[in-house]
Design a protein around this ligand. Structure first.
Ligand SMILES: *Cc1c(COP(=O)(O)O)cnc(C)c1O
Length: 501
């Protein structure tokens, strides 16, 4: 199996080349030439541990990695950086199964992929006899940045630069990033929002002149953003794993369908769930949950992706869409990059058509899909939760089940509850729990009606939730600030040049 671009079907790259490149030169995203299916029974996978399932899933996508190479990557990624032996855990609450994906070093689900990406990348560099040093350029809405920094810090042959919206991430997210140690890391706040940061990074990936200049200095760019297939593939694993645990525990029987609900921003995590379905995991609906930046909800309901206008009750796009900061900042996104992969699939892998949609999005701010394409979205449901619904959900789950969830997860919980009520679909549902509540203690405690501020927030949350403080939080308390650069959004390129002197 090889990889092609969503904007050029003629391209062919091996998996390791696609991991190294991150993004195709034409601006497209890499897609497998054919989506694989599992070559083992799910009940066989149910007898394996997380690493075993990871190997069985990842080998299907990363076909040019040898068994030894892939197992080496998996062994080093999923070690005791994770605070539970199983790596992920299902918790029953609110009539659903919350899949806790936040037991890694930065207490957000992005650790699941970013702890293995550096190994996939350095292995790929060796396989392809890359001479240059790899420079990871990343835009973050909060969680990717720290998870990427933690993954790449002091990895030989790599450097990492992270751009985050200075006023668009939580205090804890910012502190996690600006205290990052490592001789090869640089963290920069930009005066703009996440889309500005992401556009700036994308522009540099497409800047042939800059790339040539840096190549002469011995550097080559790669991406740790969720557009890299080396991010996407490890995320498929936990949906397969979750299914096999439900099977093992007798919650479902062989062939029994589950629904999956995912709090969504850049559409990476839910796309991984879709890939799991394509692998042969019996999944009914994929429920795409947004916060009030509901561009995806509007898209799934109408077939129009409009980053400039918001859909009203009667389905019209007249009112201007504002970018809103919410208590779930990692979902404050209006340009959902990974959606391009779904668009590509539903337009019948028509690269020219897909490229035309993306062009229209960047020049006119919107595009409409036709009814044939819309018909291919039947696997998906979509909904959004505002700030009040999200807070109410945190409170409700705590009061009913004594279980504390973070605001991102609560958005998904609220959207799922609404879906179940409206559809009557009571299939078992797995909700991706994407961050530890300790990452967003202010919003969580406020939702629970508990007064606290500043340094006492996490201790207070500990008292209320009775969940042990994660290592990521205790370490942060006395950590030294090591990064304080802030730049304008059009100065990002100069910052890169300066770092790579
Ligand atoms: C990144 C992130 C999301 C959104 O994931 P996507 O793959 O971008 O859709 C949701 N919740 C948390 C906590 C995140 O960090």
């Amino acid at each position: 199996m090889l990889y092609k671009s969503t904007r050029n079907n003629a391209l062919r790259y091996t998996a390791s080349q696609a991991v190294l490149k991150g993004l195709s030169d034409d601006g497209g995203l890499f897609m497998p030439t054919n989506l694989p299916v599992l070559d083992k029974e799910l009940k066989e996978l149910a007898e394996m541990d997380y690493k075993g399932v990871a190997y069985e899933v990842m080998k299907l996508y990363l076909t040019d990695y040898s068994e030894e190479e892939l197992k080496y990557c998996i062994e080093h990624a999923y070690d005791d950086k994770f605070d539970i032996a199983d790596k992920v855990e299902l918790k029953r609450a609110g009539g659903a199964y919350y899949l806790e994906l936040f037991h890694g070093p930065t207490i957000a689900f992005k650790d699941m992929a970013l702890s293995i990406l550096p190994y996939l990348m350095t292995t790929a560099a060796k396989k392809n006899e890359l001479k240059e040093e790899i420079v990871i350029l990343t835009a973050t809405s909060g969680d990717t940045g720290k998870a990427a920094l933690a993954g790449f810090a002091d990895v030989p042959g790599t450097r990492i630069m992270v751009f985050y919206p200075k006023d668009g991430v939580s205090k804890i997210q910012e502190k996690q990033m600006v205290t990052q140690k490592g001789a090869n890391v640089k963290v920069i706040g930009i005066k703009g929002n996440f889309d500005d940061a992401q556009n700036g990074v994308k522009a540099m990936f497409g800047d042939a002149e800059l790339k040539e200049e840096l190549k002469n200095r011995g550097y080559v760019f790669s991406s740790a953003n969720s557009i890299n297939i080396g991010r996407l593939v490890p995320q498929v694993v936990y949906y397969v794993y979750a299914y096999t645990r439900l099977l093992k525990d007798g919650v479902i029987s062989e062939g029994g369908e589950i629904n999956i609900c995912v709090p969504t921003g850049n559409f990476g995590n839910i796309l991984a769930a879709y890939f799991a379905k394509k692998l042969g995991v019996p999944v009914g609906k994929l429920i795409c949950a947004s916060n009030k930046n509901k561009v995806l909800t509007d898209f799934f309901k109408s077939g129009t992706y409009d980053k400039l206008h918001v859909m009203d009750e009667s389905g019209n796009f007249n009112e201007k869409r504002e970018f809103m900061l919410t208590s779930s900042p990692s979902m404050d996104i209006l340009i959902s990059s990974n959606l391009e992969r779904l668009i590509y699939l539903i337009c019948g892998e028509d690269d020219l058509k897909c490229a035309a949609f993306m062009k229209k999005l960047s020049t006119e701010g919107s595009y409409d899909i036709d009814s044939l394409m819309k018909g291919r979205l039947k696997d998906f449901e979509a909904g959004y939760a505002g700030e009040e619904d999200c807070a109410a959900m945190i409170k409700k789950i705590f009061e009913e089940d004594g279980y504390v969830i973070d605001p991102h997860t609560a958005v998904a919980g609220a959207v799922y509850e609404e879906y179940r009520k409206n559809s009557g679909d009571t299939k078992n549902c797995v909700i991706a729990s994407t961050a530890s509540p300790y990452k967003f203690p202010e919003a969580v405690l406020k939702a629970l009606g508990v007064e606290a501020a500043g340094e006492e927030l996490t201790d207070k949350l500990n008292e209320v939730s009775k969940v042990d403080l994660p290592r990521a939080i205790t370490e942060l308390k006395n950590a030294e600030i090591l990064h304080d650069t802030v730049c304008e959004k059009d100065e990002m390129k100069e910052q890169v040049r300066a770092f790579l002197k």
